[in-house]
Design a protein around this ligand. Structure first.
Ligand SMILES: [Zn+2]
Length: 260
């Protein structure tokens, strides 16, 4: 692939709000790739990290950061795609063919995080990336759009898929059952709503809101009004209801002290 063509595609991705960066095969060329957003100038001319020029070349592929404008469903095989489709239909949204499977591009869902909702399927969000067309796979196959972003806007995750991913995140983050035993009579909604703003319904069990522990604009915080479990997807922490109040006392009261 010609360097000029790679850069042209990378600039196109940047123009439609995605964050492309150079990878070798499937390996990022520089450190902290998940924290660096390349400017169009850096896409064209490269940039220096640790005295080394990092740039797109005719040997590099294009990586795209997920968890910003898009989250990407990385489906490893046609079999996995068929399994997934048993649960519901996909909206019209960009899809790329990978070597053995598919990348389905969705509008970023701030309340979700990377996980594997079913076997051979990865939901790639914050802190992850995918290799994008027209990159070359080591097999010699090219990544190629089946539905191009020019022809379809990034769709929101369909409800059935959102629920499947949420359920998986919940299963992963569920604190031990014992932690809830004392909480049966607590009104967790009232408890959390003193500190969590912009509360929205996520699914039958979880609500999201603005995390009180960081400057949150994305409803990164989720809690369960049923059992008091909570998590901040921006890594402020997670735990049971009692641990939430402990953290509020520790972090927020500390801030108040500093302000006084
Ligand atoms: Zn937070």
């Amino acid at each position: 692939m010609k360097r000029k063509s790679i850069i042209k595609h990378a600039l196109y991705y940047r123009k439609i709000g995605l964050y492309p960066f150079p990878v070798m095969g499937k390996i990022p060329l520089f450190k902290n790739w998940n924290k660096k957003i390349l400017t169009p100038e850096e896409i064209i001319n490269g940039f220096y990290q640790g005295g080394k020029l990092i740039e797109f070349s005719n040997r590099t592929n294009i990586g795209i950061l997920t968890g910003h404008k898009v989250d990407i469903l990385d489906i490893d095989s046609t079999e996995a795609l068929l399994n997934l489709k048993k649960n519901g239909a996909f909206p019209n949204t960009p899809v790329a063919k990978t070597n053995r499977g598919y990348h389905v591009y969705f509008k970023h869902s701030p309340h979700l995080k990377s996980c594997s909702p079913i076997s051979q399927v990865d939901f790639q969000s914050t802190g992850k990336f995918v290799v994008a067309p027209p990159s070359l796979h080591s097999s010699g196959n090219k990544y190629k759009f089946i539905i191009h972003p020019k022809d379809a806007a990034f769709a929101r995750l369909p409800n059935w898929l959102d629920q499947k991913i949420s359920a998986q995140i919940k299963a992963q983050s569920r604190p031990q059952q014992n932690d809830y035993n004392h909480g049966e009579n607590v009104n967790w909604y009232n408890y959390f709503s003193k500190y969590v703003l912009n509360i929205k319904k996520q699914n039958s069990d979880w609500l999201t809101g603005l995390c009180p522990f960081h400057e949150d604009h994305n409803n990164s915080f989720a809690f369960s009004p049923n059992h008091g479990g909570w998590i901040c997807f921006a890594n402020c922490g997670q735990g049971n209801g009692y641990q939430f109040l402990e953290k509020v006392k520790r972090d927020l009261m500390e801030d108040t002290k500093n302000e006084i």
